[in-house]
Ligand binder design. Structure first.
Ligand SMILES: [Zn+2]
Length: 480
């Protein structure tokens, strides 16, 4: 699950250098519609990697309501097979092409719903490409592919320009003129997909050539507004029982189920956290069409409607709703174990909501994964560092397991002494870690707050389990 809070520190890198090439490029205003399938790459990471110095916005509302008036490129990266493009969507795409716009549609996996739309343009995603791939135009560079790539079946090959082909001459990326506009269809796996790593800009030169060609049929006006079709444009906003849920027309069938589960989770989360959400935090829930995660930006919780088989199954959704909510709940200072504690509280809430067996199984499993690297749980801190002489720092590949499992183990140990330690910890944190009162909420301040919650000095215990903590360095005074 991506947390904007966590990843915002990772996006200061910059990698595309367009140099003199930029001067020859068209002005591009690109809209990426995430309405039929949310893509975590469709963000600043993508713009930095592939559209630097061009305008790029994300569109959350139904495709047929997207403002494309001052756009010349439309990305349709995916359509979840639980949804489909309806007649109004198809008309929107047709009209955009008629106006000279470029439409870029990319597929991977089983693109059933995408093929439904593509049929009317005489193309569909077909079989598996035989590597290596080769670009026929726009670049001499080798084409990088992540895993497998889909090939295209073209009804009338003469109407299409093949851009990338596989080693058996099957098209993998191709474009076709439709009126003044251009449609580009391609395997998704020849573009990067990591939202927060600008280094994932595979085949950037090839894609820049494609954007430039596809957008060339329509001029955009840099002096006219080109706006984000952000969440304000979502078709529905339902406020009831203190909750505020936003969703598009396509998400309407799932809204009631999400409302119901969120409403049932919130008081249980509050009980486990010991304090209410801070005013303004996590107050708005956005339903996103994916089974692949969500994020919290403090005020907004974006939740995947199909997470863990929801709405047919609810246990994983309880963990997930809690996970994202806890990211908001812990603010203003994120936790040193920000990801694991969010899921840990999720597992406790699962137990409280009738899924004790599965909740406890997940807690045990996380602890066992860490035990392999730290059998007595006395070697490493949250980052795999150690204060023990003669102990080697943890291998990078094991850091994640220890980061999660050790946090779980610490709280399970403390819970044996005080069953309410989680809520007492967050109560103490709310009181002693007020916004602006601390330089940073680090290991020392965390142990100080845990000590206050337990009513005893935990610094010696944390030192004995591998943490390099020092009471005198904590900004929070314990007064125990
Ligand atoms: Zn998270």
């Amino acid at each position: 699950m991506y947390s904007k809070l966590l990843v915002s520190s990772l996006i200061s890198l910059n990698c595309l250098c367009l140099g003199s090439l930029q001067a020859q490029e068209n002005r591009i205003h690109a809209v990426n519609s995430v309405s039929h399938a949310y893509d975590f790459h469709a963000d600043w990471g993508f713009q930095r990697q592939y559209l630097k110095d061009q305008k790029y916005v994300k569109s959350w509302c139904a495709l047929y309501n997207a403002d494309l008036s001052n756009a010349n490129l439309l990305f349709l990266w995916n359509c979840d097979n639980r949804l489909a493009y309806n007649e109004k969507d198809k008309k929107t795409v047709d009209n955009f092409l008629k106006d000279g716009g470029g439409v870029v549609l990319m597929g991977r996996g089983n693109p059933k719903s995408q093929n439904e739309l593509l049929k009317s343009y005489g193309v569909e995603f077909a079989g598996k490409a035989t590597l290596p791939l080769e670009a026929v135009r726009y670049t001499d560079d080798e084409v990088t592919v992540k895993g497998e790539a889909l090939t295209l079946k073209l009804d009338n090959p003469k109407k299409w320009d093949v851009i990338v082909k596989d080693s058996k001459n099957n098209p993998v990326t191709a474009s076709r003129k439709i009126g003044k506009g251009t449609i580009v269809v391609s395997a998704r796996t020849i573009m990067g997909d990591h939202p927060d790593y600008p280094s994932d800009s595979i085949n950037a030169g090839l894609w820049r050539g494609i954007w430039n060609m596809a957008a060339s049929g329509k001029n955009v006006d840099p002096n006219k507004p080109f706006r984000n079709n952000f969440i304000e444009t979502l078709e529905h906003r339902t406020q009831k029982d203190g909750m505020d849920i936003n969703y598009s027309d396509y998400m309407k069938p799932y809204a009631d189920a999400m409302f119901d589960i969120s409403k049932r989770c919130m008081p249980v989360i509050e009980n486990r956290m010991g304090v209410p959400l801070s005013p303004g935090m996590g107050s708005r829930i956005i339903l996103i069409p994916t089974d692949g995660g969500g994020y919290s930006s403090g005020e907004i919780l974006a939740l995947a409607v199909w997470w863990g088989g929801f709405p047919d199954k609810e246990d994983s959704m309880i963990e997930f709703v809690t996970h994202e909510a806890v990211h908001s709940w812990v603010l203003p200072y994120p936790e040193i174990w920000n990801e694991p504690i969010a899921t840990y509280v999720g597992n406790l809430v699962m137990c409280d909501m009738g899924h004790a067996e599965e909740g406890n199984r997940r807690i045990k499993a996380a602890i066992e994964r860490a035990r392999k690297h730290d059998p007595e749980f006395n070697l490493y801190d949250m980052r795999g560092n150690t204060n023990k002489e003669g102990v080697q720092p943890l291998a990078q590949s094991a850091v994640n397991d220890v980061h999660w499992g050790k946090m779980y183990w610490i709280f399970e140990e403390l819970r044996k002494q005080d069953p309410n330690i989680v809520s007492n910890y967050f109560k103490a944190k709310r009181e002693h870690a007020k916004a602006g009162s601390l330089k940073k909420y680090d290991d020392n301040n965390t142990v100080a707050v845990l000590s206050i919650a337990m009513g005893k000095d935990l610094f010696p215990w944390f030192q004995s389990i591998g943490f390099n903590v020092d009471k005198s360095k904590a900004e929070i005074e314990m007064n125990i």
